[in-house]
Ligand binder design. Structure first.
Ligand SMILES: Cc1cc2nc3c(=O)[nH]c(=O)nc-3n(C[C@H](O)[C@H](O)[C@H](O)COP(=O)(O)O)c2cc1C
Length: 182
């Protein structure tokens, strides 16, 4: 099964978590195509046809990104706006993504204990993913529960070694999940 990784990191050179995940994915035996959309479109001029063709030639779509303001980075939101068009992703003839797998894979700066009612961030991470889930349903895709891990912000006291280890564990989980989709 062919897998497309839409990598959306505005500052990938400085990334630790997402870069580690991508490096391990590249080492896997999975049949993957990685599109670094920040590199491809530094001016946000996304090529709709190129992105739609990438979607068409793959069965599983993974969105790999750092969690920004309880959401995806702006470049990825723009990618959806340009790529998931009427009569492609939705509409009377918009069934081009039907039955493809939709899997969000992201990294979160703060700790898990802050993502609950009385925590600093109040809501569970899944609460922030409702828009992703409905986007998948509206496009007739198979929504797969997102994969993510907490504690990536070095400014919050996490060490590079700790983040790298968690990112490697995340990558293994993601590879397993993708392998089991076959
Ligand atoms: C603009 C911006 C917004 C962020 N928003 C959040 C947020 O809403 N919640 C959170 O827990 N972490 C947030 N973070 C921390 C990032 O999730 C964290 O830096 C990222 O997961 C680290 O991944 P990397 O090593 O691949 O860059 C934010 C970081 C930036 C730069």
């Amino acid at each position: 099964m062919k897998t497309l990784i839409i990598l959306a990191h505005p500052d990938f050179d400085k990334s630790l978590a997402n870069k580690t995940i991508i490096e391990d994915l590249k080492l896997s035996t999975l049949d993957i195509e990685i599109r670094n959309i920040q590199d491809l479109y530094p001016n946000y001029k996304i090529d709709m046809a190129a992105e739609q063709n990438a979607l068409l030639r793959n069965t599983t779509i993974v969105f790999q990104y750092p969690f920004y303001w309880y959401n995806m980075p702006a470049i990825l939101k723009h990618w959806f706006d340009v790529t998931f068009t009427h009569q492609f992703a939705y509409g009377s003839k918009g069934d081009k993504l039907k039955n493809k797998n939709f899997l969000a894979s992201f990294t979160i700066g703060a700790s898990e204990k802050e993502y609950f009612t009385l925590g600093e961030h109040h809501f569970r991470v899944h609460d922030f993913c409702k828009n992703l889930e409905q986007t998948a349903y509206y496009s007739q895709m198979n929504y797969i529960d997102p994969i993510y891990f907490h504690g990536t912000s070095l400014t919050a006291g996490y060490t590079e070694e700790d983040v790298k280890k968690k990112a490697k564990d995340h990558a293994q989980k993601l590879i397993e999940r993708l392998t089991n989709l076959k």
